[in-house]
Design a protein around this ligand. Structure first.
Ligand code: NAP
Ligand code: G4F
Length: 371
């Protein structure tokens, strides 16, 4: 892919990219990719009393990676990061308060990080007159579709033309940021792209998201089985009393808490994060900025995820191991997400490389190994 842009960094010298949210799941995968592509990477990290670099610890010694302090909600800190790195040619805005359930409890903080943060970057780019020199990526989300879908006679789906009907403070903030990207593209000619990414997961996924919560639990439960020398087949139905919070097995003292979940009837289009960051990069290599849906095109319920994940430890009656707990239900739910990635396939030549089964197995195996 050749660089046809006007910016000075599109000469043979090393390209520089700025990533907000580098300590998150996607930021860490994107940093892996850009460093592999020989970029200089500037990662914006907010100050914290604890170490948040766990996901990028394997990169910390890399001479092409520089971490700088900055908070996306604070205009001046973003302005200064950009001012000090005016030779950067790509800016990936991945920082957000990304947990949907948490956004109902903290709508203002979610708004600040998820919407205002995007505005802060866009405004700083224009204030520093960098709009013709830097390309911008915004992490938009399939949550923006909420309860909205189109139908192709065969099934429901969402694509770039589907209208948004957001169902959470998080999704509303993402919709507003998405519109800001369109505005800055039109008003200032900024090369700005928004990736409308459907759920993507992997071993680096935050532990409060449903997929990782399930695979983490399986990892710990497997360890409990091993510690007590029990085979899954030895856990009889009587040990799994429906009204009981704990899992017991005959002949052992120790018990194990059941997995507590909320609504397991929602459907998601789950892909692998490592595949999806390639699409982010590809968007910024195009001649013009645009919006793209990134997804697998398949939708599975949380029940199906549970079925597949428990299969990895040879348990088929997974419903005996979980409790549906009202505290994990949301005031409003997104029931069904299934994307269509036709545009990404034809324009970016991108396609997902990891199947649903491979994704679940990868996550369970990781959590078994690391429990
Ligand atoms: P994540 O793991 O929750 O990471 C979020 C990142 O944002 C973390 O690095 C976090 O830093 C950073 N951050 C939060 N508030 C900040 C602030 N005020 N200033 C600076 N940094 C801040 O999320 P992810 O799964 O990687 O997702 C990346 C982006 O894609 C997010 O914008 C998310 O909303 C969006 N998205 C994700 C998915 C998905 O399925 N994963 C799908 C669609 C869109 P700390 O480490 O300090 O907390
Ligand atoms: O894993 P989740 O929390 O992901 P959700 O809400 O779909 O959001 C994720 O994907 C979005 C893309 O569509 C991103 F924009 C967003 O940043 C985030 O990465 O929940 C998935 C489903 C929901 O229907 C939820 O109600 O799982 C259901 N669920 C059931 N029990 C649960 C639980 N979710 C969580 N987090 N924890 C549970 O115990």
């Amino acid at each position: 892919m050749s660089c046809k842009g006007k910016c000075s960094c599109r000469k043979p010298s090393k390209k520089k990219a700025i990533i907000t949210g580098i300590t998150g799941q996607d930021g860490s995968h994107l940093a892996d990719l850009l460093l592999y592509l020989n970029y200089e990477v500037v990662g914006v990290v907010r100050r914290s009393s604890t170490d948040t670099t766990q996901r990028i610890k394997h990169l910390l010694g890399n001479k092409n990676l520089k971490l700088v302090e900055g908070d996306i909600t604070d205009y001046s800190s973003i302005f200064n990061v950009l001012k000090e790195n005016q030779d950067a040619c790509e800016f990936y805005n991945l920082a957000a308060q990304s947990h949907v359930a948490a956004s109902f409890k903290n709508p203002e903080a979610t708004w600040d990080a998820t919407c205002k943060g995007c505005f802060n970057v866009l405004r700083a780019i224009v204030d520093l007159d960098l709009q013709n020199r830097i390309r911008f990526y915004q992490a938009s989300s399939s949550e923006m579709f909420g309860k909205s879908y189109d139908e192709d006679g065969y099934a429901k789906y969402q694509d770039e033309k589907t209208k948004f009907l957001p169902q959470s403070p998080y999704a509303i903030a993402k919709c507003a940021a998405h519109e800001a990207v369109r505005l800055y593209r039109d008003a200032y000619g900024l090369h700005a792209s928004a990736g409308i990414l459907f759920n993507h997961e992997g071993p680096r996924r935050g532990e409060q998201f449903v997929t990782r919560k399930i695979t983490k639990w399986i990892g710990k439960f497997n360890k409990f089985l091993k510690r007590n020398n029990i085979l899954p087949k030895d856990i009889t139905k009587s040990c799994l009393d429906k009204d009981c919070d704990m899992i017991f097995a005959s002949g052992i003292q120790e018990s194990f808490p059941k997995l507590r979940l909320g609504n397991i009837d929602a459907y998601r289009d789950w892909g692998y994060a490592g595949d999806y960051v390639k699409a982010m990069w590809l968007m910024l290599q195009q001649n013009r900025g645009d919006d793209y849906v990134i997804c697998t095109g398949e939708s599975h319920s949380i029940r199906e995820f549970l079925e597949e994940a428990f299969k990895c430890i040879e348990i088929s009656d997974w419903y005996n191991y979980i409790i549906q707990d009202p505290q994990f239900y949301r005031p409003a739910e997104v029931d069904y997400l299934r994307g269509k990635n036709f545009k990404a396939g034809s324009k970016l030549k991108w396609k997902p490389e990891t199947t649903f089964k491979q994704l679940v197995t990868m996550m369970v195996e990781h959590d078994i190994k690391n429990s």
